[in-house]
Design a protein around this ligand. Structure first.
Ligand SMILES: Cc1ncc(COP(=O)(O)O)c(C=O)c1O
Length: 459
């Protein structure tokens, strides 16, 4: 068990967890008969659970986060050194790592200029929504206050973030939601809504239809994931993003790209939107920014937007009156700086493109062996395989069987994910997002496990 050093009396830990911890996204009834899973150690691509069992993690900490892999001493040391020197001061003041990381980040995001720190993806997105509302009040006489979001996208867990969420099962039972969030159709061609040649442009035109229906002078912002994550790993069709940009410019709508999952290398470029040549007004990011070594999120915007909050210093209400207490923690940017250095020095963007190709190739090859795979989709080390009961009708596979595939892989010691409580009837996509350090052997082990699991579950 190389890499696993064990824990004294782990049974007591598991019991404390069972009795006192409320796990995320979990039905706890199961823990009356089986032990909750406790992960105790990680190294590289691998994690060990409380029983000492080794797993290859194909989802970077479950939710596409640990991009540079586990056990990075250099990040731990950077955080430790920073905490001893200066751990925290409220974000009304600057910090050394905060200033330096902002500079490094902006170098990678031409056209953008300012970084606002907070500590979760949901919060980073809410900052944008608040900025849009304040711009509406101060610059548009109360118009342009609505925020468009897309069916199947997810932008976070708080009530306003859920209001901008396009996954009905995530939102159900948590309403009522605040006003001013309007849904546009998804762009997943495999689940076609229009029978046309140029699907990408058509799906983007559907956004324009919503804008015209609502009234362009009511719409302030459009928020989209570059590649939809939890809604089914949806890579937008050709032509989609270009048309989205045109529409936003035509109607003077700010474009907010939620890079909470794709940001900082996941798709093989620094930011997912950079595959498509679009120029956003806001970019938000969280998970991979510091690979989970510290909590950090960033809301990045242009100098033009920033100027709108400093145009009248005589007005005490003109600036962005927002604070995030833990946005002032220095551990986040200290970890993020070292995380970025690792990605550069180890050539992890190139590795992500190469290993992403291998993953897509392997998954495509599995389609020949397993008719249950309806489509494989992906960009870099961010891939999905949509499972169907019938390739002809594209009827979604039973989600209990999809879950059985995930469980079978887990039993084999490979952790994969699936769309979970997202779109009703469509919790049928296997999700893969291994760390950007994955090797060819890791990729083959992941797809080998899926091959075996599909054979056992679907025959
Ligand atoms: C695209 C996207 N945006 C935002 C969030 C919310 O991030 P957090 O859980 O850090 O609030 C998530 C989380 O999964 C996400 O996938």
């Amino acid at each position: 068990m190389e890499g696993f050093s064990g824990v004294n009396d782990i049974g007591a830990v598991v019991e404390a967890d069972r009795v006192h911890v409320w796990h995320h996204l979990s039905q706890h009834k199961q823990y009356e008969t089986v032990d909750p899973r406790v992960i105790v150690e990680g190294k590289g691509m691998r994690v060990w659970d409380a029983m000492g069992k080794e797993h290859l993690d194909a989802v970077s900490g479950g939710v596409w986060t640990v991009n540079v892999g586990y056990g990075r001493e250099s990040i731990a040391n950077a955080v430790r050194d920073q905490l001893i020197k200066m751990n925290y001061f409220a974000g009304a003041a600057g910090s050394i790592p905060g200033a330096l990381f902002a500079q490094r980040l902006i170098e990678k995001m031409p056209g953008l200029a300012r970084v606002y720190y907070s500590n979760s993806g949901s919060e980073a997105n809410e900052k944008v929504y608040k900025m849009v509302r304040q711009i509406s009040h101060r610059h548009h006489g109360g118009k342009k206050w609505k925020i468009l979001f897309r069916e199947r996208d997810y932008h976070g867990t708080t009530i306003a973030a859920l209001a901008s969420g396009g996954q009905a099962q995530r939102n159900a039972q948590y309403g009522p939601f605040p006003d001013g969030f309007v849904q546009v159709p998804h762009c997943l061609e495999y689940r076609k809504q229009w029978d046309v040649e140029n699907y990408g442009e058509r799906a983007a035109d559907a956004i324009e239809e919503v804008i015209l229906r609502e009234g362009p002078d009511t719409i302030g912002c459009l928020v989209l994931e570059p590649v939809t994550a939890g809604g089914g790993v949806i890579v937008p069709p050709t032509g989609y993003w270009e048309r989205v940009q045109e529409i936003c410019r035509k109607y003077d709508i700010l474009l907010h790209i939620d890079e909470v999952v794709c940001g900082v290398g996941r798709t093989g470029v620094w930011f997912g939107y950079q595959h498509y040549g679009v120029q956003p007004d806001f970019v938000t990011m969280a998970k991979g920014v510091a690979s989970g070594y510290a909590a950090i999120s960033c809301t990045v915007t242009t100098e033009k937007v920033f100027e709108m909050f400093k145009d009248d210093a005589s007005d005490p209400m003109s600036y962005f009156r927002d604070i995030s207490t833990f946005g002032g923690c220095t551990a986040g940017p200290a970890a993020a700086l070292e995380n970025m250095r690792i990605i550069e020095d180890e050539g992890l963007l190139a590795n992500t493109l190469a290993m992403g190709d291998r993953l897509m190739h392997n998954l495509s090859a599995l389609m020949d062996r397993h008719r249950v795979i309806g489509e494989v989709r992906g960009k870099g080390l961010f891939c999905g395989a949509e499972l169907v009961a019938d390739r002809g009708t594209r009827e979604a596979a039973d989600e209990r069987k999809v879950a059985a595939v995930v469980a079978d892989c887990m039993a084999q010691g490979v952790i994969i994910g699936m769309t979970n409580r997202s779109v009703p009837g469509f919790n049928n996509t296997l999700c893969l997002s291994p760390a950007l350090i994955a090797t060819a052997d890791d990729i083959d082990e992941i797809t080998g496990a899926i091959d075996g699991a599909l054979g056992r579950v679907f025959g």
